[in-house]
Each structure stands twice: as C-alpha cells, then as structure tokens.
Design a protein around this ligand. Structure first.
Ligand code: AMP
Length: 256
C-alpha cells in the first residue's frame, strides 16, 4: 500500500516523499484514516513503529492555518520526546504553509515560551508539568483545542502525571478527538480512554505488553528492608550474571 491511498493532501504527500517514506508502517496504515475521520483512537505501539508520523501527518492536514490559536495539543512525558516530536513536525510541515508549532517543557525559560505562544501557534507540544504551569498563568488558551494527542501515555502515568492528564482532558471542553498512544495498555491507561474518549477504535501493532522472547522474567516479593539482601542472593546464585539494576530514585541508585 502507498501513502497516496490514504486521502492525504499534496503538501503532506510531498513532505512524505522528501522524507523518503514510501510505504506506511502498520501503525500509520491503520491510524491515518481514523485520524483523518477524527475518530478517537487508542494506539498500542512502541517507539520505533513510526507513531509520530502516524499522528503527525494527518494532524497537520486537519489544522486550519487561517485560525491562529492552539487547535492541537500533543502531551508527552519528557523534554527529549517533546523536542523530538516538535522537530519531526517541523520537517513534516515543510510544504504546509503557515502552520506554527511550539514546544513547551520544563527546564527552559518559561517567559520565552509564553512570548512564542502569544504570537499565535496552531500546535502545542508539551510536557505535563510545564503545560499546567502555563494554563495556571493563563498563557495558553485551551478553549479552542480540537485535537489532543497523548503520546507514551503509560510512561506519563508511571511518572505520576495522572492528575495533570485528567486536568488537561477536563479543561479541553471543545475537544473533538483524542488520540492516545502507549507501548503498554495497563488498566490505568484504559481508564483514561473510558473516562475521556468517545468509543475509541483500538489499533495494535506488534504484541500487547510483550517482552523479548529470549528474556525470562522472574520476580520475588520481599519486605522493603530485605530487598538488597534478596538482590544479593540472586547475584550470588548467578555468578556470571551481567545486568542493569533499575531503581526508583537517584538515592536508591546510589545506595545499590
Ligand atoms: P517513531 O516510532 O515515531 O519514533 O519513528 C521511528 C523511525 O521511523 C523514525 O526515525 C522515522 O523517521 C522512521 N519512519 C517513520 N515512518 C516511516 C515510514 N513510513 N517509512 C520509513 N521510515 C519511517
């Protein structure tokens, strides 16, 4: 199948061809038609599947360039992803005239971001904390936001942004479509779709909640104060073991 069959307009097809994309990836083939129809979408897809282009290209097609206010909001967990999505959109919109995007994330000057938002942007790409800050300062108007993308929703919930996501979804009162992407579909992610999405179509690429086939998963439940002793047993028992230990906090990492 080619991108031409997906009802994409010329400026988008030109950008796809400039990028060297000839064939849609499975998530793109399934999501692009639904997004163009403005259907709510629950996309189960990992990074590397082409999901940014899956929502980026059809979103650009839906934007009305003559209306200079935020029409779309893309919320993602980290500053790195925020910048990557914004950069991708910059290349995708090369042939779409006068569409403005702005990345808003923590750790950078908020004044500069407020100034750029004031100039009038169509698409805002944001991390949750900074977005809430801007909403509280009344620096961003969500009234006319029609499209909301939640990217890496499971990661955002893992990072404790649940209340922020609820706040954003509650305060985009004229939201017409919501597109949620997540590598895994735990009950917390399903709860968002149940509470805020309208009969979403589910698209899954690859296997749900899958790990590599050659990885064996084992776990043990121990009282918190015994966890390092238990970990040492695992290591003692597997003297040739190489591995990475993940901890919740910086201090835990130091201690381990
Ligand atoms: P993502 O999953 O959005 O992080 O994208 C993974 C990578 O695939 C990015 O480097 C994209 O540039 C690339 N990509 C996305 N869609 C296509 C496509 N249809 N054909 C070839 N490469 C693609």
């Amino acid at each position: 199948m080619a991108f031409k069959k997906l009802d994409l307009i010329d400026p988008i097809l030109k950008a796809l061809s400039t990028e060297g994309y000839t064939t849609p990836t499975p998530i793109q083939a399934q999501s692009i038609p639904l997004i163009l129809e403005q259907r709510d979408l629950l996309g189960c897809a990992q990074t590397g599947t082409g999901k940014t282009a899956a929502f980026g290209f059809p979103l650009l097609q839906l934007i009305d360039a003559t209306q200079r206010h935020p029409q779309a909001l893309i919320v993602c967990p980290t500053r790195e992803l925020c910048l990557q999505i914004t950069n991708d959109l910059e290349t995708y919109k090369k042939h779409s005239k006068n569409i403005h995007t702005e990345a808003v994330y923590g750790g950078a000057s908020i004044m500069m971001q407020i100034r750029n938002l004031k100039k009038g942007v169509h698409i805002v790409v944001a991390t949750p904390g900074r977005l809430i800050d801007l909403i509280e300062r009344k620096a961003i108007d969500l009234q006319k936001v029609k499209y909301v993308v939640l990217d890496e929703a499971d990661e955002m919930l893992n990072m404790g942004f649940r209340d922020d996501i609820d706040f954003v979804l509650k305060n985009t009162i004229n939201r017409e479509s919501t597109w949620l992407f997540s590598a895994t579909m735990p009950p917390e992610v399903r709860a968002i779709s149940k509470n805020y999405m309208d009969n979403p179509k589910e698209v899954t690429v690859g296997k749900k909640n899958s790990g590599n086939v050659n990885i064996d998963h084992q776990f043990t439940v121990v009282p918190a104060q015994h966890r390092y002793e238990s970990l040492k047993r695992f290591i003692d028992f597997n003297p040739d073991m190489y591995g990475i230990i993940f901890t919740r906090t910086k201090a835990d990492a130091q201690e381990v």
